[in-house]
Design a protein. Structure first.
Length: 477
């Protein structure tokens, strides 16, 4: 239907944004809508779990599958997206992904039983696994390297702001309506995005090479990465022996998956992207940033509510400035990266992140002032935002043929690093509590938090080391 358009654009312009007739911002916006709601769904149900438990008569362990299962499926399917995306026209792939998400939302909205509700969430998770790689590939295909930072800055805002908005939004909706509305309210946005895709996305944003999909690699990816996310997400609730066994088995399967990719002529996920040093350095920095941010986002409410003895509302007000600052700063960091390069943005960010961690480690006390805590957490969050924006620098280092694989690698890193970060901070805090000789539970909890924060400083220093190895400017090979 659009073959002539595709051929013309591909031959006349290396990047679609170079064509003044191509609606670059509109296309990116339509891809952004799907990815935003995919990440929003990570935390959208957190506040709704209690009323869902009452409606379906299930316990805490069972209802957690609505969130844990979503992350598990999303993390498990993301690595195979690089191969699947190269099988279909971008327009059809995006429309199918959006339709799948819409179907999952409607299944959840009208689910008569808890089992059907879980099925709907899993359908949503499969589509969420494809949204972000499609968005990444779109940006890489549309914009030349020196203009990607701004668009990727907006994506960074989505990574950090969407999960933070989820609990607040769901709380408002549940207070005034019903938890089923959480699934229904996304439908108009997704339908609008589908209409825009149908009208404006008339070119392919990736080459249709139809690579052979190795079934064993797909199975290893789904089971290995899925197990890794599940084990890390449930670290606090699983028996220690079961956690170690599951985590070790998942790591072994991921290792087998990686080894197999190096032996295949057409790998499902081309790990040769790691041969490019700038990409490799940025992956380490991104993983560290997500690890620290999601871990601290879980740790801070524990500190404010169990040590400072503040209410949930006060905790939300302490964390809110960080979300607002990230949303404002991320696009600005993207523009700065376009002009000055990755090292200019990321190196100061890793230094400030490490400094903020050190200040939190030194000044978290039973009587810490709320304003000081808010300021330090906001500084940490903004630093993380700048670090994550640096992923653009890494992707710019890759040749075009590796763009789908680079995007899939980065998207796979996020849920795994976040889940392990959350598990680490909870686990380190628990160990610190047990080792503490403090008389009061508050002081024991604080001792555990200090152990976790002190350990996190090591990762901050590692991130600074890799940021020092970034080049000032990085263009596609």
């Amino acid at each position: 239907m659009h073959t002539s358009d595709i051929d013309t654009d591909d031959t006349a312009h290396e990047y679609h944004a170079d064509n003044p007739d191509f609606p670059a911002k509109t296309v990116v916006a339509t891809l952004f809508i799907g990815a935003f709601f995919g990440y929003l769904n990570d935390t959208l149900l957190n506040v709704a779990l209690t009323p869902i438990m009452k409606d379906f008569g299930v316990d805490k362990t069972t209802v957690q599958w609505l969130t844990t299962g979503f992350l598990l499926v999303m993390g498990a399917f993301t690595p195979i997206t690089a191969g699947v995306i190269q099988w279909f026209e971008t327009r059809k792939m995006v429309l199918f992904t959006q339709a799948t998400f819409l179907a999952g939302s409607l299944i959840c909205a009208f689910a008569p039983t808890f089992g059907i509700l879980v099925v709907g969430r899993m359908v949503q998770a499969v589509s969420a696994a494809f949204f972000v790689p499609l968005l990444f590939n779109g940006v890489l295909s549309i914009y030349p390297p020196n203009k990607r930072g701004t668009a990727m800055g907006v994506i960074t805002m989505m990574f950090t702001a969407a999960p933070a908005i989820g609990p607040t939004l769901s709380g408002i909706i549940i207070d005034h309506t019903h938890w089923r509305v959480l699934f229904g309210f996304t439908a108009p946005f997704m339908l609008a995005a589908m209409a825009l895709v149908g009208k404006y996305l008339t070119v392919n944003l990736s080459n249709i090479s139809r690579p052979k999909i190795d079934i064993l690699s797909a199975v290893l990816s789904i089971v290995g990465f899925g197990g890794l996310v599940y084990a890390s997400s449930n670290f606090a609730s699983l028996p220690l022996a079961e956690f170690i066994l599951l985590f070790a088995a998942s790591v072994a399967l991921v290792g087998w998956f990686a080894y197999r990719q190096s032996r295949l002529a057409t790998p499902l996920l081309n790990l040769r992207a790691f041969e490019y040093k700038q990409f490799r350095h940025c992956v380490v920095i991104l993983a560290g940033a997500v690890f620290l941010f999601l871990g601290l986002e879980l740790l801070m409410p524990m500190y404010t509510q169990q040590v400072l003895m503040l209410t949930g509302t006060a905790t939300g007000l302490i964390l809110m400035p960080a979300s607002i600052a990230q949303a404002v700063a991320a696009p600005l960091f993207g523009k700065l990266l376009d002009k000055k390069g990755g090292r200019f943005v990321v190196l100061p960010a890793t230094v400030m992140l490490t400094v903020s961690l050190a200040v939190l480690w030194l000044f978290l006390r039973i009587d810490t002032q709320v304003m000081m805590l808010t300021a330090m957490f906001t500084l940490m969050a903004v630093s993380v935002s700048a670090c994550v924006t640096g992923e653009t620098h890494g992707l710019n280092a890759l040749p075009k043929k590796l763009n789908p694989h680079g995007a899939a690698i980065l998207t796979t890193i996020n849920p795994i690093a976040g889940a392990i970060g959350a598990a680490f901070f909870v686990g380190a805090t628990n160990i610190g509590e047990k080792l503490s000789s403090a008389a009061s539970p508050q002081q024991a909890m604080l001792d555990g938090i200090h152990l976790a924060m002190g350990s996190a400083l090591v990762l901050g220093v590692v991130m600074v080391f890799f940021a020092m190895r970034l080049k000032r400017h990085q263009t596609t090979s």
